[in-house]
Ligand binder design. Structure first.
Ligand code: ZN
Length: 452
């Protein structure tokens, strides 16, 4: 249980915590636009130092620096935190009710780009540490903290940093950058993320766009492209590339039970998404399994030829498509990229250009890991509710660098709430959840320090 002194500290300083969150949200840090990243890294470093952490900025080969902080605690058990200080672009600005960098508070909710993703979690974690340091003089466990600046653009240089600093980053568990309450304000503990293979396919035809009368004698690259794409996935959503599912790890019986226990309001979700039925008419356990553990092949964009008003009879010189493949444990992105390449060759599309733009594996921490139990116990303590455990998010991120490369059992828990509009206009952070999440972090630090 959290000592009364820690709880009082958290309650008495809540206004200051909110002010600190505003301070961080008012510093723009858009990685896609290279806006304010250096300044934000400095600010995060300063905020860490003010709390008492030892910090360092790591410049990478390219891209913004990694902010690193650490502090020895009462116990040698070491908890690693992963966060990011960059945010998505705020556009379209006209849809915001207040300036995205103003961090305005209305009815107990703070509105800013990055408020929820991921600056509230950074400040929440920092303030949990501050509460321990100010009341007990030290942290209950040791802490190491990696805060990168290009998560929103694909964490392109994080792997390089993790590999180079592997020895420094030894630890016993990891807390991920997001997490918090679900739609019904029930605390949720997320144990995994899907991986990602992102490619661009280009079909090339004649040297220049042609009069489409030439279609009688010249092949159209847009047709070549859609024919190639149609060999990649069937109408049921199944990836039809040879061997694609070979390494897919089955859910354990315990994971299946956990999936079953998490509610999925299907009708509500269909309404929200504006669809009449789910892919392949899935429902029930099948739907949950697909979300948490189903590989996907998605066309993220496809273009070529004339796209303006009216008609223009043209045979385009080239056509392109961007595809994202979500991967699951234990699929290997490099191997799958090769499988895609040879699949295209075998089907007569070896002339299409295949450019790999991102490749990262999935991550999934076992349900039996001790850190999962700790997250459950502390959630019960703080929220007086039984938390749900999500075997995997349907989203992606560089979690495997921590869970697999650094061998750290990893959970995503934090101070987010549903309705936070991350990546959208009017992104926001409920302040009650921000403060409750801070308590959750303080409790996790304590519980981790007591680990056997
Ligand atoms: Zn994000």
């Amino acid at each position: 249980m959290l000592p009364e002194t820690v709880v009082s500290y958290l309650n008495e300083h809540s206004e200051q915590f909110v002010a600190e969150l505003q301070r961080l949200c008012r510093q723009p840090s858009v990685s896609a636009q290279n806006l304010g990243l250096g300044e934000c890294a400095e600010l995060v470093k300063t905020m860490m130092e003010q709390v008492g952490l030892h910090t360092q900025l790591f410049e990478l080969e390219a891209g913004p620096p990694v902010v690193y902080g650490e502090l020895q605690g009462r116990s040698d058990k070491t908890l690693i935190f992963y966060d990011h200080y960059d945010v998505q672009p705020p556009e379209p600005l006209e849809l915001w009710q207040s300036d995205p960098w103003a961090a305005e508070i209305r009815d107990g909710v703070l509105y800013a780009r990055g408020a929820s993703d991921n600056k509230s979690n950074i400040v929440s974690r920092l303030k949990a540490m501050e509460a321990w340091l100010q009341t007990a003089g030290q942290l209950p466990c040791s802490v190491k903290w990696v805060i990168e600046g290009e998560e929103e653009t694909g964490s392109r240089h994080l792997g390089q940093f993790i590999r180079a600093e592997r020895a420094r980053l030894a630890g016993d568990g990891c807390i991920w950058e997001f997490g918090g309450l679900d739609d019904d304000d029930i605390p949720a503990i997320v144990l995994g993320l899907k991986g990602m293979l992102y490619v661009e396919l280009t079909a090339r035809g004649p040297a220049a766009d042609l009069h489409s009368a030439r279609a009688a004698i010249v092949e159209n690259p847009a047709w070549r492209l859609v024919q190639a794409l149609s060999t990649i996935r069937d109408a049921a959503g199944h990836v039809t590339i040879e061997g694609w599912y070979e390494r897919v790890r089955d859910f354990t019986p315990a994971e299946l039970a956990a999936l079953e226990a998490v509610p999925l309001p299907e009708e509500e979700l269909k309404r929200e998404l504006g669809i009449a039925h789910f892919l392949n008419d899935m429902h029930g356990p099948e739907l949950k399994k697909a979300l948490a553990g189903g590989p996907t092949a998605n066309i993220a964009g496809i273009w070529g030829g004339y796209r303006g008003e009216g008609h223009k009879t043209v045979l385009p010189a080239s056509a392109k498509a961007k595809l994202d493949f979500r991967l699951v444990p234990d699929q290997e992105p490099e191997e799958l990229a090769e499988r895609l390449r040879s699949h295209l060759q075998r089907h007569g599309f070896g002339d299409l250009e295949l450019q790999i733009q991102a490749a990262s594996p999935a991550a999934r921490t076992p349900l039996e890991a001790e850190i999962v139990r700790m997250a459950q116990e502390t959630a019960r303590q703080v929220f007086a509710k039984e938390p749900i455990v999500q075997v995997s998010s349907a989203g992606s991120g560089p979690m495997a660098l921590f869970s697999d490369l650094l061998k750290l059992p990893t959970v995503a828990i934090g101070c987010n709430h549903s309705g936070s509009q991350t990546h959208s206009p009017n992104e926001n952070q409920r302040l009650d959840v921000f403060l409750a999440g801070t308590q959750w972090m303080a409790a996790m630090l304590e519980r981790f320090g007591q680990a056997g």
